[in-house]
Design a protein around this ligand. Structure first.
Ligand code: HEM
Length: 392
């Protein structure tokens, strides 16, 4: 477990360039906003040679390739974001993209592990991982809105992720029946979750709701439950029929699910998803890197913190456990307010974007992951609130 925790907290860093000939992908991905604005993006993509992925050796190169091809694919499909969508991904991109995806156990669409976890660098390499000292590697149209959205997600994630190293201490404390050590470790978890909430506040400073809703969000949209691509996307040269994949969403982050499992906040009944919200969270695991999926599974087979706390009947221990659950409630409450500001309110205002296509418009009440947003998020929050231990 300690080794798995170590692996989870080590973020992907240091890979910004791909060797020749894959640098041709980087050249496109680095200039996406410009190429889209000039109407040249699709032609540039169609000109690419089909590269074998044999020269992409090692996890870091493959993750960078997945990120780069994800950006190119989203840009190719959504184009200028005006409803003129492409339903076929040409084989020169589709074939290498699906091969890299298969190697990594990730779907061939831009995922959170790409645009947030692998899409950053430090400005001063010896400096801290703060917003001010970081930049993103690739951008979509929408100016700095993408940088704000991805980097704020990253700093929320890293603040919460520092609690992962406490997990082996918690499991040991339960095995040794040591409530004092458990109390201290749970306080550490609560403090990291409070810090994560603090980091969340930066979203208001760095992300403009109008640009987020009307521009960036389009490029994160997927082709599952999306009427603009109701059949899915045809990956030419890979599959004979179109495939459906959900768009990029922080619901694909393993960090909230990690603390849900640790604290016994159960979106499942006996391991089976109890409702559509739980099913969606479970499905989102298939959009996580396999190390993250395995980590969540190993947590599920670990000792139950909640059962241990209940069995001790110790009021202070219960209070501290509740502080952790309450921190998850507060994060989800705050997240709901953010979603109202960045999706629900802009969705209720008339769109300023040009709509050239006669296709049905994208579903405004849906998240990029394809959920009916507010209903889904409220259900997840209720399950969290219901996990608070009540006094007898
Ligand atoms: C402008 C900012 C944000 C917006 C508009 C937003 C929107 C959404 C939406 C619509 C969903 C529902 C799933 C979907 O269909 O995509 C969702 C889920 C989720 N989001 Fe966000 N999100 C934002 C920022 C963040 C950040 C910074 C984090 C933390 C790193 C985060 C973590 C989550 C999680 C964990 C879920 C799954 C539900 C849960 O476990 O509570 N979100 N988000």
């Amino acid at each position: 477990m300690a080794a798995a925790c170590e692996q989870m907290t080590s973020l992907l860093v240091g890979q910004e360039e791909l060797p020749h000939p894959y640098d041709a992908w980087i050249s496109i991905a680095k200039n996406l906003p410009e190429l889209i604005k000039n109407g040249q993006l699709r032609a540039e993509v169609e000109k690419l040679t089909t590269f074998s992925i044999d020269g992409l050796q090692g996890h870091k190169l493959q993750r960078l390739a997945h990120l780069v091809l994800g950006y190119i694919t989203m840009a190719y499909v959504w184009g200028e974001g005006d409803g003129d969508v492409r339903k076929v991904l040409p084989s020169n991109i589709a074939v290498p993209y699906c091969k890299v995806s298969e190697k990594l156990g990730l779907p061939p669409i831009l995922v959170y592990a790409d645009c947030v976890l692998a899409n950053w660098k430090k400005k001063d390499p010896s400096g801290p991982m703060t917003y001010e000292n970081m930049d993103i590697l690739f951008s979509f149209p929408g100016g700095d809105c993408g940088k704000g959205f991805f980097l704020v997600s990253l700093v929320v994630e890293t603040a919460a992720a520092s609690a992962i190293k406490v997990i082996p201490i918690i499991f040991n404390a339960i095995q040794r029946e040591d409530p004092d050590t458990l109390q201290k470790a749970l306080l550490d978890i609560a403090s990291c979750l409070h810090k994560a909430l603090e980091m969340f506040h930066q979203i208001h400073e760095y992300v403009d709701p109008n640009l987020f809703f009307n521009v960036l969000r389009i490029y994160l949209s997927g082709w599952k439950g999306n009427p603009l691509l109701s059949e899915g996307l045809l990956y030419e040269g890979v599959w004979d029929t179109p495939k459906k994949f959900a768009g990029g969403s922080a619901a694909q982050s393993s960090i909230f699910q990690c603390f849900d499992i640790l604290l016994g906040i159960q979106h499942t009944v006996g391991g089976v998803p109890s409702d559509s919200a739980a099913k969606f969270l479970q499905e989102m695991r298939t959009y996580m890197p396999s190390a993250h999926q395995n980590f969540l599974r190993s947590l599920e087979s670990g000792p139950s913190v909640r059962k241990f706390v209940l069995s001790k009947g110790d009021a202070t221990l219960q209070e501290i456990y509740n502080e952790c659950v309450q921190a998850m409630v507060s994060l989800r409450n705050y997240h709901l307010q953010i979603v109202a500001k960045y999706i629900v309110i802009p969705a209720s205002q008339p769109s300023k974007r040009k709509q050239t296509s006669e296709e049905p418009s994208e579903p405004k009440s849906k998240g990029t992951g394809g959920t009916d947003i507010m209903e889904f998020l409220r259900t997840v929050r209720s399950t969290t609130v219901n996990s608070l231990l009540k006094e007898d």
